[in-house]
Design a protein around this ligand. Sequence first.
Ligand SMILES: Cc1ncc(COP(=O)(O)O)c(C=O)c1O
Length: 402
Amino acid sequence: MAAQPKLARRITQVQPSATLAVSAKAKAMAAEGIDVVGFGAGEPDFRTPEFIVEAGTKAMTGGDTQYNAKRAGELTKAIVAKLQRENGLAYQPAQVLVSNGAKHSCYNICQVVIDEGDEAIIPAPYWVSYLEMVRLAGGTPVVIETSEETGFKITPAQLEKAITPKTKLFFFNSPSNPTGAMYTPEEVRAIAAVVEKHNLITLSDEIYEHLVYGEAKHLSLASCSKKLLEELVITVNGVSKTFAMTGWRIGYVAGPLPLVKAMAKLQDHATSAPASFSQAGAAEALGNQQASVPAVEAMRKEFDARRKHMVERLNKLKGVTCLAPQGAFYCFPNVSGVFGRTLGGKTIQSAMDFTDVALEAAKVAVVPGEAFGSPKHVRLSYASSMASIDKGLDRLEKLLNG
Ligand SMILES: Cc1ncc(COP(=O)(O)O)c(C=O)c1O
């Protein structure tokens, strides 16, 4: 047998991505010819709007294929203008760094802020990667628990209590993956007051800001005060979710200059700039509002209709309750009412068991809440057609209500 390579400690401590694992299992079943309904996806099912594809194609055929994208300056300018126009945030171009997706942006932040032994505060349920990024930087995640009672949102008092002399970073994500929860503008201001009082470097992940529904209103954390904008908050955003551009890999940060400079130094040695033609597509997405506003609104409306439908159907399942998400494209139902029941030949004791039974007995792929620090819940994405939402929920209904 071949000798096993000895891996570095930093990677052996990291968990594989549960969302990617569920997608892989569902895909493997589909490849065997099994008709699986997938609710695992973390990406829009829409195609990138044509005007963006054209801009990317034109850049590629026009020779914009070198390290230094010809339109890099244009993309940065479009980001600065977008942050001013939509979020009321005034940044200089040097305060912006474009990376290979917002995931890369978050990773860069952790690497330049967190040292061995430092703590990072993460409200649960959290996006799976935050925790592992903190660990990869040698830090310790400090998780704040929430529940349906507070709409899966932390209170300022909880945040204040979690801060210690070792705290280096606080993760704030509204609208949230996986819960779809959104902090109201008043709640954002109350969190901002704690951030300011404790000089807390904060990563504000606003990647789902355009996918909001009903009365919900997004407010950028950095807009709450001059100090937050200039010294404390790193705003993270990207084009993946808003413009259905997940495969283009364009995310960005804007924040205090010393932090952004440090991230740029790291990125220069790790990945350099993202693909030149992807940058051209992103510049068009952010800069051409005449085309982008109606395209985004059409997708948002479709998500909204699916959201309402999925929540309604989930709440009719025996043992399942689901808060209406206000943003992003996920439902996060509580399935603890199913614990103790035997379904598909297996007694369900956890969200992980629920996920296994849903996949094996009903051929429906969901993501177990354990991955998000929430063992009573599962995540279902409604980034799939209405027909497939109905097909999957028919199957779950048969499994749970039948
Ligand atoms: C909360 C959150 N932040 C960031 C990202 C990363 O997006 P991307 O790297 O595609 O820009 C995701 C994607 O799933 C997400 O859910």
